[in-house]
Design a protein around this ligand. Structure first.
Ligand code: HEC
Length: 186
């Protein structure tokens, strides 16, 4: 006895060929109707109701991110503010630690330069070597020239401490210094 013996025969008959009534399984029907209902609601929301497109959602997320970043970024500090803040020798010490981890690969362990420019000499490519200029370059980077922007990767304090370190290393004439690049400022 096959299982089909229990199935219902339909009353169709074509040239002696008969067929069983094999309804689709419920789980299949539920999935199918589910997708139909989902598609209808989706269509109502996005096509009729003007729901946001992926692009609009992305733009919104980017704006939120931008706003968040602006909050996180150090507000413009004047040279005088920076000078007071960076006086503490602890700042430069903390900067040295961050520098070894994040910057030394390109600027050399003694800031003497390598892939990136020497940061101890009187020559600067960006700005005039003021605390403000240095901090700005660290924050925004020079992406076209291979200097990464650090504002979203380092904390405000790390950026301040790195600025303090670079200022403290001016005119230290480290061994193997890279030849000057940029404009002489002192
Ligand atoms: C992947 C390599 C790389 C890393 C890592 C890097 N830099 Fe740079 N940096 C450069 C290059 C290249 C330049 C020069 C850009 C140019 O030619 O305009 C530069 C320029 C600078 C300048 C401006 C120098 C000038 O003459 O105006 C400062 C300041 C600076 N980097 C600080 C840092 C600090 C601080 C870090 C670590 C947080 C760091 N850099 C990490 C490659 C790097």
């Amino acid at each position: 006895m096959s299982s089909q013996d229990n199935d219902q025969l339909t009353d169709h008959e074509y040239d002696g060929i008969r067929e069983y009534d094999n309804p689709l399984p419920n789980w299949w029907l539920m999935t199918f109707f589910g997708t139909v209902i989902f598609a209808f609601i989706y269509w109502l929301h996005y096509e009729v109701g003007g729901g946001p497109s992926l692009k609009a959602e992305l733009n919104q997320a980017m704006l939120a991110l931008q706003a968040h970043k602006q909050q996180a970024v150090v507000k413009e500090l004047s040279e005088a503010d920076l000078e007071t803040m960076l006086k503490d020798p602890q700042m430069a010490a903390a900067g040295a630690l961050a520098f070894t981890g994040k910057c030394a690969a390109c600027h050399g362990p003694e800031l003497q330069g390598g892939i990136g420019p020497n940061l101890t000499d009187a020559f600067w490519l960006h700005g005039k070597g003021t605390r403000e200029d240095i901090m700005h370059t660290i924050q925004k980077g020079v992406p076209d020239k291979g200097m990464p922007p650090w504002e979203s990767m380092l904390s405000q304090n790390e950026i301040l401490s790195l600025t303090a370190l670079i200022v403290s290393k001016q005119d230290t004439n480290p061994a193997g210094a890279k030849p000057p690049q940029g404009e002489k400022v002192r």
